[in-house]
Design a protein around this ligand. Structure first.
Ligand code: GRG
Length: 292
């Protein structure tokens, strides 16, 4: 089995980058502290890893990849802060620590999320990347994170709680809520190269669609079979919030088979890129067997 620790050097690189290069020159405030608390809170850094590895695969600019990946991690962190709020999933714990609104109060958590979202665009704008890459990165970030992407996924998530959704409806919700940001991570890596190629971007999205579905189904399985200490957040959250999931429709064993199939599809797309795709393949396999 591929171990997640294989990526620890790259995760350290990303963490150092976040620590040293983000939020520089901003006036100290409780909201800034809440932003730093949430982003430095021990996430797996999957999205910046994907940006970095796609950039490496395609011979892109690594410094720009770190900045783009960091910007996306800010958006991911905002989504988690807002997702934990009482008006959303109402979870008190995240990554083994009190959720942002528990540590800093609801009003500061709301603002920290807002500020992380806007700061992400500032990070891209001042990345020093080619102006065309900055324009495209802005477009993809806003599309994948906004009302055409992750936010719409959350809209569907809230709506589906009140119904008995079909498989297709759940798939669409997962695709928007989870795959969209993973697609964005891969596309941002593609944008760090000198020659931006639409066909490569499409292929990166096909990979991330499969990865994202596998990732979300694994998340649903872990919400049932794991424990709070390992996950760093309360288990049984889906049941508590009456969330429709693949696992509810298919059961755990069948869902694991599906994760395997989707991960194999994702690896097949990676293989079609050729080049040095080893890290991406190993990350894909590690995510399929992750324990947290
Ligand atoms: C837009 C108001 C508003 C809220 C955003 C879209 C959204 C709410 C929340 C989505 C958050 C969520 C639970 C998405 C599902 C994707 C997922 C499993 C996220 C967890 O990602 P990991 O495992 O987290 O990469 P870490 O902690 O490792 O960074």
């Amino acid at each position: 089995m591929t171990e997640f620790t294989e990526f620890s050097n790259d995760i350290d690189l990303i963490n150092r980058f976040i620590e040293e290069k983000t939020f520089c020159g901003l006036e100290n405030s409780i909201v800034l502290n809440a932003m730093k608390y949430s982003i430095s809170n021990g996430g797996k850094r999957i999205r910046p890893l994907l940006t970095l590895y796609f950039s490496e695969l395609l011979g892109g600019n690594i410094e720009v990849a770190l900045k783009f990946g960091c910007a996306l991690e800010m958006i991911h962190t905002y989504s988690l802060i807002h997702d934990d709020l009482p008006c959303m999933d109402n979870d008190d714990m995240r990554r083994g620590k009190p959720s942002c609104h528990i540590a800093f109060g609801e009003e500061n958590a709301l603002l920290a999320g807002d500020a992380l979202l806007t700061e992400a665009f500032s990070t891209v704008a001042s990345s020093g990347a080619d102006p065309n890459a900055i324009t495209l990165a802005t477009k993809y970030l806003s599309e994948f994170a906004g009302i055409k992407g992750m936010v719409m996924g959350q809209v569907l998530d809230l709506q589906l709680e009140k119904s008995t959704p079909t498989l297709e409806e759940i798939k669409k919700m997962y695709s928007l809520k989870t795959s969209a940001l993973l697609k964005c991570a891969c596309v941002l890596g593609c944008l760090t190269t000198n020659e931006i190629d639409v066909n490569i971007i499409d292929k990166a999205c096909e990979y991330a669609e499969n990865l994202g579905l596998a990732f979300q189904i694994t998340d649903d399985i872990l919400d049932i079979v794991s424990d709070t200490e390992t996950l760093g957040k309360p288990v049984g959250s889906d049941e508590k919030n009456n969330k429709p999931t693949f696992v509810k429709l298919y059961g755990i064993a069948e869902s694991k088979v599906l994760v395997n199939e989707l991960s194999n599809n994702a690896v097949a797309v990676l293989k079609s890129f050729g080049g040095n795709n080893e890290k991406l393949i190993n990350l894909t396999l590690a995510l399929a067997t992750r324990k947290f």
